[in-house]
Design a protein around this ligand. Structure first.
Ligand SMILES: *[C@@H]1O[C@H](CO)[C@@H](O)[C@H](O)[C@H]1NC(C)=O
Ligand SMILES: *[C@@H]1O[C@H](CO)[C@@H](O)[C@H](O)[C@H]1NC(C)=O
Ligand SMILES: *[C@@H]1O[C@H](CO)[C@@H](O)[C@H](O)[C@H]1NC(C)=O
Ligand SMILES: *[C@@H]1O[C@H](CO)[C@@H](O)[C@H](O)[C@H]1NC(C)=O
Ligand SMILES: *[C@@H]1O[C@H](CO)[C@@H](O)[C@H](O)[C@H]1NC(C)=O
Ligand SMILES: *[C@@H]1O[C@H](CO)[C@@H](O)[C@H](O)[C@H]1NC(C)=O
Length: 265
């Protein structure tokens, strides 16, 4: 091989290495195990495969790796499985909810969101998952790996204001909060308006966000209950690269505004 060819190959491999984010490996404690699963969506998600809660997903040509970390059983007639995943280059985060009709192992719908699009997407799906739910109080540690998440999303505008001792949201670029003592910058990348969701007594808003403290980026959902303008709850946390799941946090804070007129990025 000529030297020049070697140099070209060298740069090619360096480039291929650089565009992949480092993988982090850890353990997570879960109260269910999905030994096996696979499927595909009807539009954006071309395929996914699951083994012992570790999941690989391809969305619009981009490969994501992550974990099925939570379930919501019998949620409006469905069993939901929550997935957090990071693209192999570390620059995009994809949250997916796998929907099975309650008590079945057939996946019929996917609901997902990422840094790339502001609104959640729903699509029909086919596939299955073999899930085993442990008895109350029983958990199991599973090993998994995922790429390091390297970037924050561009925060969206929401028209919501929050003010409390440990949380302040006056505009998209200055949202911050305390979480178990540490200070985090918050970027909202997607919202859910459950003002009129069927079969739930009173409505709520959700701010799906990334909390960042310079070392760790944590996905979490802020809940604003429409019948309580004096509290805010932060739930379903999952942090990368620490691969920890901080406990939920509640804030005494006044909040106002509505999600009705969302503007673009
Ligand atoms: C999706 O399908 C392609 C082509 O068959 C395969 O290479 C890839 O590994 C699959 N991805 C997942 C997440 O199963
Ligand atoms: C996901 O992809 C990695 C390599 O990219 C592979 O080692 C692993 O077995 C895959 N896992 C699943 C559940 O397909
Ligand atoms: C899919 O990816 C292509 C480029 O890779 C992009 O131009 C297109 O907008 C993406 N489509 C969706 C629906 O995200
Ligand atoms: C909502 O409740 C109605 C009446 O109880 C029931 O018929 C319907 O199936 C429920 N919808 C869902 C999504 O659970
Ligand atoms: C999903 O499937 C249902 C029926 O199974 C159909 O009515 C609906 O149009 C489908 N939605 C999409 C987005 O394909
Ligand atoms: C919420 O607003 C009320 C009335 O303006 C004020 O008295 C209270 O201190 C505020 N609470 C917080 C946590 O800022």
């Amino acid at each position: 091989m000529k030297n020049r060819t070697l140099i070209i190959f060298f740069y090619f491999f360096c480039f291929a290495y650089l565009v992949r984010s480092k993988l982090v490996t850890g353990k997570i404690s879960v109260d269910f195990l999905i030994s096996k699963g696979e499927g595909k969506g009807s539009k954006g998600i071309s395929n996914f495969s699951i083994k012992n809660n570790q999941i690989n997903i391809t969305h619009n040509g981009t490969e994501f790796m992550g974990v099925v970390y939570l379930t919501h059983l019998n949620f409006g007639g469905y069993d939901l499985y929550d997935v957090v995943s990071v693209s192999k280059d570390g620059n995009d985060f994809l949250v997916v909810y796998l929907y099975c009709h309650t008590g079945t192992s057939q996946i019929s719908m996917l609901y997902y969101e990422s840094y790339d699009f502001e609104q959640c997407v729903t699509e029909n799906a086919t596939g299955f998952l073999d899930a085993q739910h442990f008895s109350k109080g029983v958990t199991k540690e599973i090993d998994f790996s995922m790429p390091v998440l390297k970037t924050d999303p561009t925060p969206i505008q929401t028209n919501i204001l929050i003010e409390g001792k440990e949380i302040s949201y006056q505009n998209a670029n200055t949202f911050h909060c305390k979480l178990h003592g540490g200070l985090y910058k918050v970027s909202v990348f997607s919202t859910v308006d459950c003002k009129d969701c069927p079969n739930f007594s009173s409505g709520w808003y959700e701010l799906h966000s990334i909390l960042s403290n310079g070392k760790d980026r944590c996905f979490g959902i802020f809940y604003l209950n429409l019948n309580d303008h004096k509290s805010v709850y932060l739930e379903y946390l999952f942090c990368n690269p620490s691969l920890t799941r901080p406990k939920m946090s509640s804030y005494v804070a006044n909040w106002s505004g509505s999600l009705e007129q969302i503007s673009q990025h």
